[in-house]
Design a protein around this ligand. Structure first.
Ligand SMILES: Cc1cc2nc3c(=O)[nH]c(=O)nc-3n(C[C@H](O)[C@H](O)[C@H](O)COP(=O)(O)O)c2cc1C
Length: 218
């Protein structure tokens, strides 16, 4: 089996991590790098990763994650935030910097205005029916999550996606510990616990490829 398929089979939703084993800084940075390099609409990278390896903060987070033990037994708990709509207005510093970095002259304010406006137009008229900017960002944050989960498995590191959390509870904790953080600009997409397994997983349950695939061929 090739290395990628091996990693995809190795990954499972780890329920118990070995609390004594720590992931190295190099490995955690490689996992985050897989998130950073993920694709996004117009290259807007509408995410931010908060990495928690502090036991006290992990305990507080566990309380707002329905007391799931992976939150405290994991080595690193990553909160994957998505950028809310106020990051994507014509005056938003984030949008302006994002547009500017792809311009021949990043100081050209008129070109920045035009670039921002075309993105805003897309968000006003081009999103699938019923989809909000917030939801679009949140969906994209999941792409970063998927890449991080796969990257971890590639490095032999276990993980668990944690969608069972109280959104506003996590936001409150972040507002307490990160001075510049505001829940007005960010929402929580998904949390990812990383560490090393204590037990071997059950065999995977999946539909066959035939059942989840339809080809439209000549
Ligand atoms: C969006 C999302 C949220 C999840 N939330 C949780 C969670 O809160 N707790 C948990 O133990 N597993 C969680 N999982 C893991 C799934 O239960 C697991 O991926 C699924 O049962 C398939 O098992 P496998 O990943 O071991 O192959 C979540 C997975 C996803 C994609």
């Amino acid at each position: 089996m090739d290395k990628l398929l091996q990693a995809l089979n190795f990954r499972h939703a780890c329920k118990k991590f070995d609390g004594t084993k720590k992931i190295s800084n190099t490995d955690i940075e490689s996992i985050l790098e897989a998130g950073r390099l993920s694709p996004s609409t117009f290259g807007l990278e509408p995410w931010h990763f908060v990495v928690v390896d502090n036991d006290k903060i992990k305990s507080e987070l566990r309380a707002v994650c329905y007391n799931q033990e992976q939150v405290t037994s994991c080595s690193h708990f990553v909160i994957v935030l998505y950028r809310k709509a106020n990051n994507f207005t014509s005056q938003s510093e984030y949008l302006r910097r994002t547009v500017a970095r792809n311009l021949p002259n990043p100081e050209d304010q008129t070109a920045i205005d035009i670039g921002c406006q075309s993105i805003i137009n897309f968000y006003e008229h081009g999103l699938a029916s019923g989809l909000t900017i917030n939801h679009s960002s949140e969906m994209q944050s999941y792409l970063a999550c998927a890449n991080m989960l796969t990257a971890a498995a590639y490095y032999g590191i276990d993980s668990c996606a944690i969608g069972g959390f109280q959104h506003d509870g996590i936001i409150k904790i972040l507002e307490k510990y990160i001075l510049a953080f505001s829940g007005e600009s960010f929402g929580v997409g998904l949390c990812l616990a990383f560490g090393y397994r204590l037990n071997e997983p059950r065999a995977k349950t999946r539909w066959s490829l035939d059942e989840v695939t339809t080809y439209l061929s000549d």
